[in-house]
Write a protein that binds this ligand. Structure first.
Ligand code: ATP
Ligand code: MG
Length: 288
């Protein structure tokens, strides 16, 4: 099936206010097998705790600073920092479209989900968050709410047991003590902290609802991006969608089926969906 066919097939399956944001990401598939690489192991900075000296305001004085090397970003396919990169440009385009659709209404909470596992949701969430943080006017908080397959800390090369939301909910750790600064100006990460057995119940709890409301209010001047599991696999993303103002769904070229898109679109709050990112699409004309 050609890329055009995939795009048209998916597009024709979604009606209503959905605006398609066609994403063309790296053609690295041909260079490295997806699963053989996995993610880059933790770097030597993992676990270090430093004061951010209040550079990001009072709320962030306890943020742990864990600078991530460019090499880790490169290995984990995080490209949004790169100059002169066509893929980074695609994320700038996505960022711009998101600004246009959220700024007028003051919407600042955006959930990233998708149709099935391994479509690239987390990678899109990270690249999008970095791209937004690179904008002169915008700061970003990136939150891992995928308690079934938490991965944002690994994409940033942090220790597998980096604490996060799990420790907040189960052990009472204050949110401020769990925030991580990965060394990118205006970007803060809130990791998941590990898998949680009854994640749907936790996500549906008043405590979770209160926290998301607090994040929205407390960080009203910044975008808050939430990485969540795929819609077809568990109820978590649908339960979570009640708390956010906007959603972005990730589809994978030559992989996501139109039936899966239709089924998901029947379940999500469609008015919140800003668009669908088509990940892993080969460049037209054979190269980029
Ligand atoms: N455009 C792409 N080109 C090459 N590899 C990609 C691309 N997008 C994602 N991958 C790779 O596919 C794998 C899955 O990506 P990612 O973890 O972002 O998916 P996910 O949808 O969040 O998965 P899960 O459902 O398990 O949370 C990773 O190894 C990632 O590096
Ligand atoms: Mg993921």
């Amino acid at each position: 099936m050609t890329d055009r066919n995939v795009h048209e097939r998916l597009a024709s399956s979604v009606k209503g206010p959905i605006q398609w944001i066609q994403k063309t990401m790296e053609r690295m598939k041909t260079l490295q097998a997806r699963r053989s690489n996995g993610v880059t192991p933790p770097n030597e900075n993992s676990g270090g705790v430093l004061d951010a000296n209040g550079t990001d305001g009072l709320h962030f004085t306890r943020t742990r600073v864990m600078p991530v090397s460019r090499e880790i970003f490169r290995r984990n396919r995080i490209v949004a920092l790169e100059e002169m990169s066509p893929v980074a440009d695609q994320f700038k385009l996505l960022r711009t479209q998101i600004f246009h659709r959220t700024r007028p209404g003051g919407l600042n909470t955006i959930q990233v989900s998708g149709f099935s596992s391994e479509d690239g949701k987390s990678l899109v969430a990270v690249n999008l968050a970095i791209s937004i943080a690179r904008d002169a006017r915008q700061t970003t908080l990136l939150v891992d709410v995928d308690f079934r397959h938490p991965s944002l800390h690994l994409l940033f090369g942090l220790h597998p047991e980096t604490p996060g939301l799990k420790q907040h909910f189960l052990d009472g750790a204050p949110i401020e003590s769990l925030l991580v600064s990965p060394g990118i100006d205006k970007l803060t990460l809130l990791p998941a902290g590990g898998r949680i057995a009854h994640s749907t119940e936790l996500i549906g709890s008043p405590a979770m609802e209160a926290l998301i409301g607090e994040l929205k209010e407390r960080y009203s001047d910044r975008y808050v991006i939430f990485d969540t599991p795929p819609i077809a696999e568990c109820p978590d993303p649908l339960v979570f969608s009640e708390y956010v103002e906007a959603m972005i769904l990730v589809a994978r070229a030559d992989h996501t089926r139109s039936g899966a898109v239709r089924a998901a679109m029947d379940r999500v709050p469609r008015g919140k969906v800003l668009g669908i990112v088509l990940n892993d699409m080969k460049a037209e004309g054979g190269g980029r």
